[in-house]
Design a protein around this ligand. Structure first.
Ligand code: ADP
Length: 275
């Protein structure tokens, strides 16, 4: 199952040595990462997992938020998980969602010059369709020590008809946008570079520079959205801002609300709300 261990990367001035393992098939890269962490907690003498990267050719049980299915067909996308052991207090862990989304967007812009945008909290979209989903999970080792399990799924080389029918309206891939297939390992390498830089930026200068990068690329501020919590539409409003704690500030007809968890759907020209 586990076919090879490749590249450990270390550059002058940067602090992560990525240990990348390729798998032909996994239930889910996040599940495998969590199993590795559990194992490490049992055998205390094992080395740190910070910087471990698990890449799967396919996932048979890939998941998004709220246990939603993440479609990860063989060989078409970049399905991977990064394990990080942050130095910041656990209260700031959820802000890594933005660090990761910004890093993926920067890598895609840099390599392919595609005008990707960010939807709260951490979807990467292209022309309003989802190109990448991110699932951030936290595993506590002790009350103050924790790992972040960062699942990233990028649609790379799928053609439209390869997506299941129900996703064809709302998903896109880099190959669809460029009209040609690309090297997903090159994409992985640039995402990891940007992630390394942005983690360092966040950990040394706080959330402000990440927030500013996220705001420059976002597609929700100033837009009308419907806010759903556990699948139910709660209210409709205009997005005002991304707050310093990562919550979304939404102005409704009679109040200012903050979205801590949930989904926001953008209003389309036709007056519907997209995913
Ligand atoms: P959201 O950010 O919308 O909550 P998640 O990150 O939880 O989404 O991802 C799950 C949802 O994404 C699924 O319900 C499905 O609609 C959609 N989805 C699943 N697989 C893919 C894919 N490969 N590309 C784009 N969208 C997908």
């Amino acid at each position: 199952m586990n076919v090879e261990i490749c590249v450990g990367r270390q550059q002058e001035g940067l602090f992560v040595e990525w240990q990348i393992t390729h798998y032909s098939v996994l239930d889910s890269t996040n599940l495998e990462a969590k199993r590795m962490i559990q194992q490490q907690m049992i055998v205390q003498s094992k080395p740190t997992l910070h910087g471990t990267v698990l890449v799967a050719e396919t996932q048979i049980d890939g998941k998004g938020r709220l246990n939603r299915q993440w479609v990860s067909q063989p060989g078409t996308g970049l399905w991977f998980t990064v394990i990080l052991k942050p130095n910041l207090p656990i209260a700031q862990a959820s802000l890594y969602s933005f660090v990761v989304a910004v890093s993926v967007a920067e890598a895609i812009r840099e390599l392919y010059d595609l005008a990707v945008t960010l939807k709260w909290p951490n979807d990467v979209l292209l022309h309003g369709k989802k190109l990448c989903g991110i699932l951030l999970e936290l595993v506590s080792c002790t009350p103050s020590v924790y790992y972040l399990v960062v699942g990233i799924g990028v649609n790379v080389n799928q053609m439209l008809m390869e997506f299941p029918q129900e996703l064809q309206e709302k998903a896109s891939s880099i190959a669809i946008a460029l009209g040609k297939t690309v090297d997903s390992m090159q994409l992985l390498s640039v995402i990891l570079e940007r992630l390394e830089e942005n983690c360092s930026l966040f950990e040394t200068q706080g959330f402000a520079p990440i927030r500013s990068k996220w705001k420059k690329q976002n597609c929700v501020i100033g837009q009308e959205v419907s806010v759903q919590i556990q699948g139910q539409t709660e209210y409709i409003g205009i997005v005002d801002d991304l707050a310093m704690d990562g919550t979304l500030v939404v102005r409704t007809a009679d109040s200012i609300r903050t979205v801590v968890a949930g989904d926001v759907s953008l209003r389309t020209k036709e007056g519907n709300y997209t995913f």
